[in-house]
Design a protein around this ligand. Structure first.
Ligand code: SF4
Length: 220
């Protein structure tokens, strides 16, 4: 079993990529972008221990004919290299037998120069790679990017078809920009990239509905 520290698994999500997606969020990050909206994913928390095999089993159990893509984020996926590499290989095997095209979109807070130098195999293992650290002062309304310094690179025909470069300047508006809230007994958590002020508005709206947030993933 290959260990993988896991923040969360999400399905279905309809943002952070094309169509209906499954989300795999790694736990642990050493990039430390100021203003990160996922502060809860920074610690390499052993209590979040899982394995690549368990995550792949979850993916294989997703409903047939529903998944258009897998989004991998975190946390910083490249901080768990062995797990990431094995996960990507397993996802590639799985999607080869799936009943519709599935793109793999990976978020990394590392620079494209660093990724190309240290992990050039990522270009062969993903359809789309969004790189560069998040810079809070450069917020953008582009659906796929948290800040306008971030790069969206496509590596395959499927990636180029679903995420055409010509639409980047237009903010990939055909990709839905939205925030999804997921709730369980103890937690409310968010999938998506908020614009400045969104989180304060969210806290305010929840407070008006009687939901008191004692701890949030973006201010830990
Ligand atoms: S934005 Fe991503 S890469 Fe940057 S600190 Fe937050 S989790 Fe890490």
């Amino acid at each position: 079993m290959t260990p993988l520290l896991l923040s969360r698994l999400h399905f279905p999500i309809h943002n952070l990529g094309f169509g209906c997606r499954a989300g795999i969020w790694f736990q642990g990050c050493t990039v430390y972008c100021r203003g990160c909206i996922s502060r809860d994913t920074w610690p390499f928390d052993p209590a979040r221990g899982s394995s690549v095999e368990d995550v792949l089993a979850w993916v294989r159990a997703l409903p047939a004919d529903t998944v258009d893509g897998i989004t991998i984020s975190g946390g910083e996926p490249t901080d768990q290299l062995d797990a990431l590499r094995e996960l990507l290989a397993g996802l590639d095997d799985w999607r080869a037998g799936y009943d519709r095209p599935v793109d793999i979109l990976l978020y990394s807070g590392r620079s494209s120069e660093h990724l190309d130098r240290e992990f050039d195999w990522l270009a062969d293992s993903t359809d789309v790679l969004v790189s560069e650290p998040f810079i809070a002062a450069r917020a953008t309304d582009c659906a796929l990017r948290g800040s306008d310094n971030q790069l969206v690179r496509t590596h395959t025909d499927l990636g180029r078809d679903r995420y055409p470069e010509a639409t980047l300047e237009d903010g990939y508006r055909e990709q839905r920009r939205s925030l999804a809230l997921h709730v369980d007994d103890r937690s409310v958590w968010m999938v998506g990239i908020p614009l400045p002020g969104d989180l304060r508005r969210l806290e305010h709206d929840l407070a008006e509905r009687g939901v008191d947030l004692t701890r949030t993933s973006w201010l830990m």
